[in-house]
Design a protein around this ligand. Structure first.
Ligand code: SAM
Length: 348
């Protein structure tokens, strides 16, 4: 396995400008344009790579951002050059007023795209209203097409309901649809063949992810990591050489096509090929913490600032100052796991 780290810039610590500029930029010159928002830390599945089997605790509701606080935070990001907003969690579809939130977010000047990452369980009912409210497209998490393995990996999930949600999302036009599968040894490492085969019939992007050692799933990472290189070898053993489609710097996936397929396959490789140098994203947790890097514990509180009655100007200063201090990248190659929270708590 290759463990490549992005080259570190020479100047690591430049002071923040006295007056932050309007665009959200970090000290390394990377402009942030993409906010991933966790709407809740709760989920209706318990995926083995995301939550521990026991000992999961959830935050009291009064610690989570209210709809009003959430929209106020998002408007601050939109004022500073953020154009793309992804709703995630936890499971975003269990947040009350989701459809209204989408409609409101879409109204802010500067917002170009509102998307969502979901397990699709509730999409049979929600896909149409979300599309009507202005949601652009979705990513669906689906790790296998085998109902028995699906139930095991999600600890109880029903594949038929998820599939119905996915079909409804496609029918109403929440597309292009991307499917995310975390590939795990002894779970679904060979199921990637059937999943990739879907791209012959559907114009979907089937994306294979390396597991990350988030809080609570470190042992699953240690025992079950399958790298993108291994997944690609598995696919090429069946389908022959994949054709390269694109490596867009704003997209963590490198995209390939099986010859003759209408859809594509993507590989997301945070462990074996980190993409920190082109990072354009930060995260907002359900409890209002601005998370600067998924895989580092640095967070800046926006919720208490808002609750203290801060002005928009104060909110803007905190936001821009925090982004200026965004860490260069993660330390997985050095086995640095100072991550602090689980994926469902941060907003994966
Ligand atoms: N509940 C929604 C869903 O299932 O898509 C959204 C939240 S989920 C945390 C977001 C994404 O994070 C999913 O695609 C999931 O596969 C991915 N994920 C969760 N834990 C992960 C881990 N330890 N390593 C890599 N990806 C992970």
């Amino acid at each position: 396995m290759t463990m490549l780290m992005d080259p570190k810039p020479l100047v690591l610590h430049r002071p923040a400008p006295a007056t932050p500029t309007g665009v959200a930029r970090d000290a390394y010159g990377r402009q942030m344009t993409y906010l991933r928002i966790s709407l809740t830390d709760r989920c209706n599945f318990r995926c083995v790579y995301c939550m521990p089997a026991i000992g999961m605790t959830f935050q009291p509701r009064d610690e989570l951002l209210t709809d009003e606080e959430l929209l106020r935070s998002i408007s601050a990001f939109a004022r500073h050059g953020f154009t793309k907003f992804r709703l995630t969690g936890g499971e975003p579809t269990i947040r009350p007023h989701l459809v209204d939130l989408v409609r409101e977010i879409k109204r802010f000047p500067g917002v170009e795209e509102v998307t969502m990452t979901t397990n699709a369980l509730l999409l049979s009912r929600l896909a149409g209203p979300l599309k009507d409210a202005g949601m652009d497209r979705i990513n669906v998490s689906l790790d296998t097409l085998d109902p028995v393995k699906f139930k095991a990996m999600t600890r109880g999930g029903r594949l038929d309901l998820v599939w119905a949600g996915l079909e409804e999302a496609e029918r109403v036009g929440l597309s292009p649809i991307k499917i995310n599968a975390v590939v795990l040894k002894d779970h679904n490492e060979h199921d990637v063949i059937d999943m990739a085969r879907l791209t012959f019939e559907r114009p979907w992007q089937m994306r294979f992810l390396e597991i990350m050692p988030m809080e609570g799933v470190g042992m699953v990472y240690d025992e079950n990591l399958i790298t993108s290189g291994q997944t690609r070898a598995e696919l090429e053993a069946t389908f022959g050489p994949l054709e390269h489609v694109s490596s867009d710097p704003g997209d963590p996936a490198t995209v390939w096509r099986i010859p003759g397929a209408v859809g594509t396959v993507g590989f997301i490789s945070p462990v074996s090929e980190p993409f920190c140098s082109t990072c354009n994203r930060v995260r907002l947790s359900a409890d209002g913490k601005l998370r600067l890097c998924l895989l580092r514990s640095d967070e800046v509180d926006l919720r208490d600032l808002i609750r203290s009655g801060a002005s928009d100007d104060e909110l803007d200063r905190r936001l821009l100052g925090a982004i200026w201090r965004k860490p260069w990248g993660h330390g997985l190659a050095e086995n640095d796991r100072s991550i602090g929270r689980g994926m469902s708590q941060i907003g994966g």
